[in-house]
Design a protein around this ligand. Structure first.
Ligand code: FNR
Length: 189
C-alpha cells in the first residue's frame, strides 16, 4: 500500500453502528490505503499530571498515530458533540505540550446515527478540535450517514448500492487528499 490510515471508532459500545460503518470503510478503501484501527478504550482519564511520565497505554496511542500517514475518525454524535472517550483520547494524543500527535497529520471525519442529521453537529465540534490540533482535514466530501436498519452488517457489508458507492468514493477522495497533504507536509518521523 502507498499510505497507512489509522482509524478511531468514537463509540465504545459493543454493538456500535459506527464500528459497522468503519468495517465497511475498511472493505471499500482503495488498495493504496492500508487501514488499521487505533484503539483508545483502555486509556485513563487524561490529566496533565501524567505529562512528565506518560503511561504505556498512552505512549502506545501516540506511537500508533505517529506510525500512520493519516487518521480517520468514524464517530457518533453524543449530545450534539463527540463522545467523551474520543475527546479523552484526543487530549492524550495532543500532549505533552509541544508533542501534539496531530500536527500536520491529515484527517477525515465520518459518522453515522439513526437520526437524519447523521452526526453533522458532532462533526462540527470535532472539526473545531482538530483545527486547533493543527490537523489538515478533508473538507469535501462530507459524510453524514443515516443508519437505517440493516444498512451495514456486522462485518461491514453495505446493503444499499448507492451508499456503498458513496462510501467507496469517500475513501478514494480521502486517498487523494492524503496524497496532496503529504506532498506539502512529508510525514514527520
Ligand atoms: C446519543 N444519540 C444521539 N444521536 C444523535 O443524532 N445526536 C445526539 O446528540 C445523540 N446523543 C446521544 C447521546 C448519548 C449519550 C447516546 C448513548 C446516544 C443516539 C446515537 O446516535 C445512537 O445511540 C447511535 O447508535 C450511536 O452510535 P454508536 O455508538 O452505536 O456507534
Amino acid at each position: 500500500s502507498d499510505f497507512t490510515v489509522g482509524y478511531l471508532v468514537g463509540s465504545l459500545a459493543k454493538g456500535s453502528l459506527n464500528r459497522k460503518l468503519a468495517k465497511a470503510l475498511v472493505r471499500l478503501a482503495p488498495s493504496e490505503l492500508a487501514m488499521r484501527e487505533i484503539p483508545f478504550g483502555e486509556l485513563p482519564l487524561y490529566s496533565y499530571d501524567y505529562d512528565s511520565d506518560y503511561p504505556e497505554v498512552a505512549r502506545k496511542l501516540k506511537d500508533a498515530i505517529a506510525a500512520v500517514d493519516a487518521v480517520l475518525f468514524v464517530t457518533p454524535e453524543y449530545n450534539r458533540s463527540i463522545p467523551g472517550g474520543l475527546k479523552n483520547a484526543i487530549d492524550w494524543a495532543s500532549r505533552p505540550y509541544g508533542q501534539n500527535s496531530f500536527t500536520r497529520k491529515p484527517s477525515a471525519i465520518i459518522g453515522t446515527s439513526p437520526g437524519s442529521i447523521g452526526t453533522a453537529v458532532g462533526q462540527q465540534h470535532l472539526k473545531s478540535i482538530l483545527s486547533f490540533c493543527n490537523s489538515p482535514m478533508m473538507n469535501a466530501v462530507e459524510a453524514y450517514i443515516q443508519f437505517t436498519p440493516g444498512l451495514v452488517s456486522d462485518d461491514g457489508e453495505v446493503s444499499v448500492a448507492s451508499t456503498e458507492d458513496f462510501l467507496r468514493s469517500y475513501m478514494a477522495e480521502f486517498k487523494d487528499f492524503i496524497e496532496r497533504v503529504l506532498s506539502v507536509y512529508p510525514r514527520q518521523a
